[in-house]
Each structure stands twice: as structure tokens, then as C-alpha cells.
Design a protein around this ligand. Structure first.
Ligand code: C2E
Ligand code: MG
Ligand code: MG
Length: 258
């Protein structure tokens, strides 16, 4: 209860911040997008990880307002970078179960895009398998409406939830994110290697993009890239950065001045 009170106060007092982690092309190293990751700046405890408060936010329903705030901040920021003259990149935003299951979720996303002016093609919503498997038909309906707006959809932590391959083909998704638990030992553990390469092949055969999470060293990058995974994210390229520090990863638009 104390934590819940503190979290409510944090929301009211603007103590949540969004950090951004680059998503890169494993071939060229260029940044193709960033993932928005929320943090709680606690006056005594310092920065609190979302892993420690998102579950509580989910339980108490606070996630609905937190999630909308993160989406709005991220979309607004992504549009601002374009206005500042950087090459356009995609913004990925995590969406929790409770948020995705709100009746007005499509209207909420539509409104945020309209208010921030961001072209829907630059927004990617990350949803986990368990969220989708909860009520498959309604999930497909919501995803279809989001997709019709032009928003991209990714399945986060792919392979760790209740995936049903029978449903996968019915989801209007664009990208599978290989969970970091398979990436960690991908070079040394033959089971992890088999799972990761199977996800890569599955994505390719279903015409989906695939992005690997949690790439921490060059051997992992090399393995994934050589097995057909084009995109990745992880400490090898960059940790999540504050708004101020992410700017060095953005590329100014080529003005062709010469
Ligand atoms: P996620 O969406 O799967 O995000 C990836 C997590 O892996 C992030 O943790 C990121 O900092 C971490 N990570 C990135 N690269 C590496 C790496 O190379 N090695 C390791 N060990 N970790 C890496 P973070 O920021 O603590 O977020 C944890 C989870 O909290 C996220 O997992 C996501 O499920 C949730 N989350 C974060 N922000 C939001 C949000 O705005 N809304 C919702 N609903 N959930 C959020
Ligand atoms: Mg994510
Ligand atoms: Mg993930």
C-alpha cells in the first residue's frame, strides 16, 4: 500500500521519466529506432526500474495513466526530433495487458498521434504474447484497428509466453522480438541457438521482421546476424539513455549542402 501511494504521488509529481534505447541494423550499425523505457526517479531510492513498479501499476490500474503518459511523451519526442532536423526513426512503446484491453485503446492511440502530429508509421507498439492470448478474438480486433491506423505492431519477449503458432498467423503483426533469455547464451548453448534460429526462420517465412533483444557482445551479434537476424538492441550498442544523452545516436538529416 505504501508503494502504491508513493507511485501515485510520483505520477502526480512528474517523477517518471522516459529513457530511450537504440535499435540498430546489425549489418551497418545504424540506428533504425529507439525503444521508450519508463523509469521512476525516487527522491531517496534513486532510479527505480520498471520491472519493480510496472507489475504494481498493472495491478492497481495506474498503468492506464502511466502508459498513456509514456506513449504521449514518446510520440511527442519522436516528432520533435524530426522537427529538429534529425533523420526520422521509429519509436517503440511497450503496452501492458490492462492498457491494451481498455475499451478506448484505439481512440487513445489515435488521439495521441493526432495531438503530437507523429506519422503513425513511426510508432511501433510492443505487446507480449500473454496479452494477446488472453482473449484472442478481441486482441485480433484491437490489433487490426491499430494496424489500420498505420501503427506497427511487435510481439515482445517472443517465445517466453503462451505462443500459439495457430494464432500467430492471424495476428496483424510486423515484428517478432527475440527475448533476451535466448540471446544471452546463444553462442554457447545449443538449445538457445536452436530456439533463436527457429524464431528467425519463422519470422522470415511469415514475412515478419525480427529483432533480437539483449545483445551484449560481438559474438552474439555475429551469430544472430549470420543466421539472418537483421536488427538488434542491447548493451553492445547502447544502454537505455536519458533524453539528453540519446541525441548523439540520432543522425542529422543530410542537407546536401555541398
Ligand atoms: P522489455 O520491453 O523487454 O525491455 C527490455 C529490457 O531489457 C529493458 O529493461 C532494457 O533496459 C533491458 N536491456 C536492454 N538491453 C539489454 C542488454 O543488453 N542486457 C540486459 N541484461 N538487459 C538489457 P527495463 O528498462 O528495466 O524494462 C523492463 C521491462 O519493463 C520492459 O521489458 C517492459 O516489459 C517493462 N516496461 C518498461 N517501460 C514500460 C512502459 O512504458 N510501459 C509498460 N507497460 N512496460 C514497460
Ligand atoms: Mg519492450
Ligand atoms: Mg522484451
Amino acid at each position: 500500500m505504501r508503494l502504491e501511494g508513493a507511485l501515485r504521488q510520483a505520477v502526480d509529481q512528474d517523477r517518471l521519466v522516459v529513457h530511450y534505447q537504440p535499435q540498430v541494423d546489425l549489418e551497418t550499425g545504424s540506428v533504425i529506432g529507439v525503444e521508450a523505457l519508463v523509469r521512476w526517479l525516487h527522491p531517496e531510492q534513486g532510479m527505480i526500474s520498471p520491472a519493480d513498479f510496472i507489475p504494481l501499476a498493472e495491478e492497481t490500474g495506474l498503468i492506464v495513466s502511466i502508459g498513456e503518459w509514456v506513449l504521449r511523451s514518446a510520440c511527442s519526442q519522436c516528432q520533435q526530433w524530426q522537427d529538429q532536423g534529425y533523420e526520422p526513426i521509429r519509436i517503440s512503446v511497450n503496452m501492458s495487458a490492462r492498457q491494451f484491453n481498455q475499451k478506448n485503446v484505439v481512440a487513445m492511440v489515435t488521439e495521441v498521434l493526432a495531438q503530437t502530429g507523429l506519422d503513425p508509421n513511426y510508432l511501433d507498439l510492443e505487446i507480449t504474447e500473454s496479452v494477446l492470448m488472453n482473449d484472442v478474438n478481441s486482441a485480433i480486433d484491437t490489433m487490426t484497428q491499430l494496424h489500420e491506423l498505420g501503427v506497427q505492431l511487435s510481439i515482445d519477449d517472443f517465445g517466453t509466453g503462451y505462443s500459439s503458432l495457430a494464432y500467430l498467423k492471424r495476428f496483424p503483426i510486423d515484428t517478432l522480438k527475440i527475448d533476451q533469455s535466448f540471446v544471452r547464451d546463444v553462442v554457447t548453448d545449443s538449445n538457445d541457438a536452436a530456439i533463436a534460429t527457429t524464431i528467425i526462420d519463422l519470422a522470415r517465412n511469415m514475412n515478419l521482421n525480427v529483432i533480437a533483444e539483449g545483445i551484449e557482445d560481438e559474438a552474439q551479434r555475429q551469430f544472430l546476424y549470420s543466421h539472418g537476424c537483421r536488427y538488434g538492441q542491447g548493451y553492445l550498442f547502447s544502454r537505455p539513455q536519458s533524453l539528453q544523452d540519446i541525441e548523439v545516436y540520432l543522425v542529422p538529416k543530410n542537407t546536401n549542402a555541398l
